[in-house]
Design a protein around this ligand. Sequence first.
Ligand SMILES: [Mg+2]
Length: 335
Amino acid sequence: MAIGEFDLIATYFTHRYPQRDDVDIGVGDDGAVLKIPPNSELVVVTDTMVEGVHFDQQTPARAIGHKIVAVNLSDLAAMGAEPAWISLALTLPTVDHDWLTGFTHGLREICDYYQCQLVGGDTTRGPLTITVTAHGLVPTGKALRRNGAKPGDWIYVSGTLGDAGLALAASQQQHKLSPDYQRRLNERLFFPSPRVALGQSLRGIASSAIDVSDGLLADLGHILSASQVGARIDVDELPLSLALTESLSETDAYKYALTSGDDYELLFTVPEAQRGLFDTVIAHAAHKPVCIGRVTNEVEVVQLLYAGEPWSMPTDVALGFDHFKKPTSETEPEL
Ligand SMILES: [Mg+2]
């Protein structure tokens, strides 16, 4: 059935999304008109997912709808921002109503959960590509940055690492997983949970923050270069899921945790002076961040330790997770 752009938007993107009071004009005009509360700043992030690059044809449409919003909200979380509005640019090879139904289901579920309103977008014909721009709010001057880490600060990560990378590798036959572990790890790969509440609670506490999208070491590297510091990481303190540790050798498990991407946990630093306040803030958190090391003054040098002794990552273990993984930041500079 032929369907025009307006029908598509009317059918899939105007109804049953959360409606916020701060939206004067949403979908349906040439642009959205949005109210920014006093003493707040707007944080704007964008992410794109392309079929064949970030996901394959087997990826469920609902997962794609969830994940394109989740990865954007993860960037907002890393800035300490509260999600408010998203806009969507959707390029479709054909109008497949089953796919669109699944996609909008995933998109709407996560928008509902975070009370984030879809306020505009565009649809085009072409190779399957989805771009979301998310807008968040942060009290003036309180956004979390990458450049504030100081020697002596403690390094934390918000949850288990390597799960999404192992799920992808297993789907490409690099590893054999039990059906239960495959299911649990696929959940991490397809339906990541952005650490939105944690990001906001770190305002005024964390000295730097980033979300882990390209892998712990790659994203830690962004903090180290922005802050002009180094890091000591205790690999035996890295939080690992049972599904990961039971499926891999200890060395492979650390390698996935350090280098595979797509986990969307927060990586952040806390000064010693803020540690008491931080412990109070996370006392009742559902997922407790884990301390994995300390900031050093050796600029951009990462020391890996195991039981307090220097540890180096073996290079002979082939990891197959990068076929559909986001290109690393060397090839995809963040603008
Ligand atoms: Mg990011």
